[in-house]
Ligand binder design. Structure first.
Ligand code: MN
Length: 195
């Protein structure tokens, strides 16, 4: 098996001015690509070790595999979670209902999720996760290491590594997180919630 880097589902400048073309090019073509290559390199090392061609530090290689596969899967979701900026970009239908059921209201979800994203220490993500009964929870992750909640799958994530915003927002992560809501593709979240 081999991972592949899919093209973005929109043009590099589609998310501007919230996220610039320059960031999207670097983020997708360099950072995301590096996770895909890293995942494939780790898989290859494991295969060679099974064939007796090389000796490996299995703990280090599996940690590397986890970091890079998570990086790949999270970025793929992150791209699909976004679309061109829209004012008053609010969820409707099943997503709205699920957010209200789990968090009281859409506004209280956004407030707490934004706070989670802003408070990630160093590099990481804030994720919205769902179980098959459409119960929602939010989690924070450091770097790309899952703080897994058994039975829950990520359906929405925001990347708050500096590479995701620094060229546009410098050290003002809060401004990036606040503007990012304009990009959320609620139709994609609805599709993920239903699957
Ligand atoms: Mn990233």
């Amino acid at each position: 098996m081999k991972y592949e880097l899919a093209p973005l589902p929109y043009a590099y400048d589609a998310l501007a001015p919230v996220i610039s073309e320059e960031i999207m090019k670097l983020h997708h073509d360099k950072h995301h690509a590096a996770y895909v290559n890293g995942a494939n390199a780790a898989l290859e090392k494991l295969e060679k070790a099974r064939n007796g061609e090389v000796e490996i530090d299995i703990k280090a290689v599996l940690r590397d595999l986890s970091f890079n596969v998570n990086g790949h899967v999270l970025h793929q979701m992150f791209w699909e979670n976004m679309r061109a900026p829209q004012e008053n970009n609010v969820p409707t239908g099943a997503v709205k209902e699920a957010l209200e059921k789990s968090f009281g209201s859409v506004e209280s979800f956004q407030k707490q999720f934004g706070a989670a994203a802003k408070a990630v220490e160093g590099s990481g993500w804030a994720l919205l996760v769902a179980d098959t009964d459409k119960n929602l929870m939010m989690i924070q992750i450091e770097k790309q290491n899952f703080m897994h909640v058994a039975g829950f799958t990520p359906i929405l994530g925001i990347d708050v590594w500096e590479h995701a915003y620094y060229l546009d927002y410098k050290n003002d992560r809060g401004a990036y997180v606040d503007a990012w809501w304009k990009l959320v593709n609620w139709d994609d979240i609805e599709r993920r919630l239903a699957s």
